[in-house]
Design a protein around this ligand. Structure first.
Ligand code: GLC
Ligand code: CA
Length: 567
């Protein structure tokens, strides 16, 4: 497979707010490409696929943890923060990845689980063996398991308590996630020091930022519920000051699966910023809800609420990732409806969520896949594509835990989907061979050969989005519509719309999405934009101008959308 010459984005290298315009791609190194035939994806394998990612238009990669780890939680159980897991390669391979990505104007952010370590980490082993030693207070110890009963259990399918007993130290330790992941004790200055050293180590290696895993949970307190405690925010303000001072242009991205206001708190304020970016957990499940309920009111509410963030802050918008589709941040009625639509088989559920990939969730319906992506690429913030979703990869609900949607990337119809030359039995996870999503049908090579494939469609949207910076940088104003199934908003540059500019510019884009499972006509109230001509940004066709009374009627096919530039 060869790819066309790179498209470079002049000035990106100097842009400290690059992350607000970038298109991100979450890539599991373990499952992307295996260079040495041991059945496990690795860094040289990923380097070999950078041309593909560049061709797709990706600006930045997010790598889930690549550190040494016993691998009992997909690497989120770190046993050494200053190395690379041997099966992925070496620190030199990592330097090579950063260099080769940067040569292609592509950035690398890595995952950093700072809330907890693996119980195999040397810090924890020392803390168990020597309670009075230098690591004695690195973790959260207690003589009983009674403290903080209000702190919820996140991995509710596997854990019954947030405390576990350590036989050696004869005390309980606190853990927010699996019991093999003890929480670090942020009340210890030595932990702060150690964590800053880790952050500097990777920034010195050239990474462009971090996804801050499970960041709400750093501190616990007797008053709060252990999510976004004031001291956690204070820690982030300090970390941000250090990063901005010593490493300008690098980003901190919050993984905070919380309600809108709580997530937005991780941006901090203009005067006292915390994270540069935060994942938009509130909006994500509501996209899936709208697709089946054919109603957009919840989406409208949450969009109206979450767009108000400090200048320079950016959302990370996503449809799926390596975890379950979390239903924690919806009410019980919505949750039950979503289980009914999307997780009708018990095997599809895990904890408070659904462990399936995008294409199977949407029953492989092309119109829905296009509608969902069109929304992903036009919401405020940077879109994150989960590896394989660009070709509509399937999942395997017979695998354990969240491995259902972490199977090897499907490159070709050949052995192991072109992921690896290993004996198929040796792969760390089997390739998908289901009726609908078998790798012999769904793979990059065959979609490259089909001009109307999902892959080409997604790439096209990526490029159209990147040609309109307002989609990354602009604000969002919801447009009232006459239909409960139609979502409409205008993405526009800051400030009032410029009156009749001398040159034609796109300072605003009207985005309209029909979530109904039938065609319809809808009237939009576009008072502010009365008289403006509209042009389809994909094909360039002129649409009727917004009438003088601001009431624009459009017809939309089943689950279709428009992106119309407002001239
Ligand atoms: C985050 C990760 C998840 C992991 C958990 C515990 O939520 O996304 O995969 O299991 O943290 O580290
Ligand atoms: Ca390998």
């Amino acid at each position: 497979m060869t790819f066309t010459a790179p498209i470079t984005l002049p000035g990106l290298a100097l842009d400290v707010q690059w992350y607000r315009r970038a298109v991100f791609y979450e890539v599991l190194v373990r499952s992307f490409a295996d260079s040495n035939g041991d059945g496990i994806g690795d860094l040289p394998g990923l380097i070999g696929k950078l041309d593909y990612l560049q061709w797709l238009g990706i600006d930045a990669l997010w790598l889930p943890p690549i550190f040494p780890s016993p691998g009992r939680d997909g690497g989120y159980d770190v046993s050494d923060y200053a190395g690379i897991a041997a099966e992925y390669g070496t620190l030199d391979d990592f330097r090579d990845l950063v260099r080769q990505a940067h040569q292609r104007n592509m950035r690398i952010i890595i995952d950093l689980p700072l809330n907890h370590t693996s119980d195999q980490h040397a810090w924890f082993q020392a803390a168990r063996a020597e309670p009075d030693g230098p690591f004695g207070d690195f973790y959260v110890w207690s003589d009983d398991d009674e403290r903080w009963p209000d702190i919820r259990i996140i991995f509710s399918d596997t854990e019954t308590s947030n405390w576990a007993f350590d036989e050696k130290r004869r005390q309980y330790y606190f853990h927010r996630f699996f019991s093999h992941q003890p929480d670090l004790n942020y009340n210890s200055p030595a932990v702060h020091h150690a964590v800053h050293e880790v952050v500097r180590f990777w920034l010195d290696l050239g990474v462009d930022g971090f996804r801050l895993d499970a960041i709400p949970y750093l501190y616990e307190s007797d008053e709060g519920n252990g999510e976004g405690e004031p001291q956690t925010h204070e820690f982030l303000r300090q970390l941000r000051r250090m990063v901005d001072r010593d490493y300008p242009g690098r980003v901190m991205l919050a993984e905070a699966n919380q309600w809108p206001r709580e997530v937005a708190a991780f941006f901090g304020s203009e005067e006292e910023p915390e994270c540069h970016m935060a994942f938009d957990f509130p909006v994500m499940p509501r996209i899936f809800y709208a697709l089946r309920s054919q109603r957009v009111d919840d989406l409208v509410d949450v969009l109206s609420e979450t767009t108000d963030v400090p200048p320079g802050a950016g959302w990370g918008v996503f449809l799926r990732n390596h975890d379950e589709l979390s239903l924690e941040m919806v009410n019980e009625e919505v949750r039950q409806a979503m289980y009914g639509w999307y997780a009708y088989d018990d095997r599809m559920r895990i904890n408070v969520g659904i462990r399936r990939r995008l294409a199977p969730l949407l029953d492989n319906a092309r119109a829905e896949l296009e509608l969902a992506h069109a929304l992903l690429f036009s919401l405020p913030g940077a879109p994150f594509v989960y590896y394989g979703d660009e070709i509509g990869m399937g999942d395997n609900i017979w695998l354990d835990d969240r491995d259902s949607s972490r199977t090897p990337m499907q490159w070709t119809p050949d052995r192991n989907a072109g992921f690896s030359t290993a004996d198929p039995g040796k792969l760390h996870l089997p390739v998908v061979q289901s009726l609908v999503f078998d790798y012999r049908n769904v793979n990059v090579e065959s979609q490259l050969a089909q001009s109307r494939s999902l892959l080409h469609w997604v790439r096209n949207v990526v490029y159209v989005r990147k040609a309109h910076p307002v989609l990354g940088l602009g604000g969002l104003a919801v447009v009232p519509t006459s239909s409960p199934s139609v979502l409409a908003f205008v993405r526009q540059s800051a400030g009032p719309p410029a009156a009749a500019p001398a040159v034609e510019t796109t300072d605003a884009i009207l985005c309209v999405f029909n979530f109904a499972q039938n065609p319809l006509a809808v009237t939009l109230s576009l008072g502010e934009w009365a008289g403006r001509p509209l042009v389809d940004v994909f094909g360039g066709a002129a649409f009727p101008a917004v009438p003088d009374d601001g009431r624009l009627t459009l017809t939309l096919g089943t689950q279709t959308f428009y992106w119309l530039a407002v001239r």
